[in-house]
Design a protein around this ligand. Sequence first.
Ligand SMILES: [Zn+2]
Length: 60
Amino acid sequence: MVDPTSDLGEDIDEADAPTCANCGDPIVQSPTHRVVTWVEDGRVQHRHFCSDDCRDAFAE
Ligand SMILES: [Zn+2]
């Protein structure tokens, strides 16, 4: 059930949550959430990780 009054990003549905680029887990209100950004072809790219460990383990 969707509650239209909770639209402040505090109740993120798993379907809307970013997923870890390394392990694929949905990242919901994770205090260890890491976002890596870079510019490619003039556009800003994002990659989400659930933790520093996953960020370090990810091999491009
Ligand atoms: Zn992960």
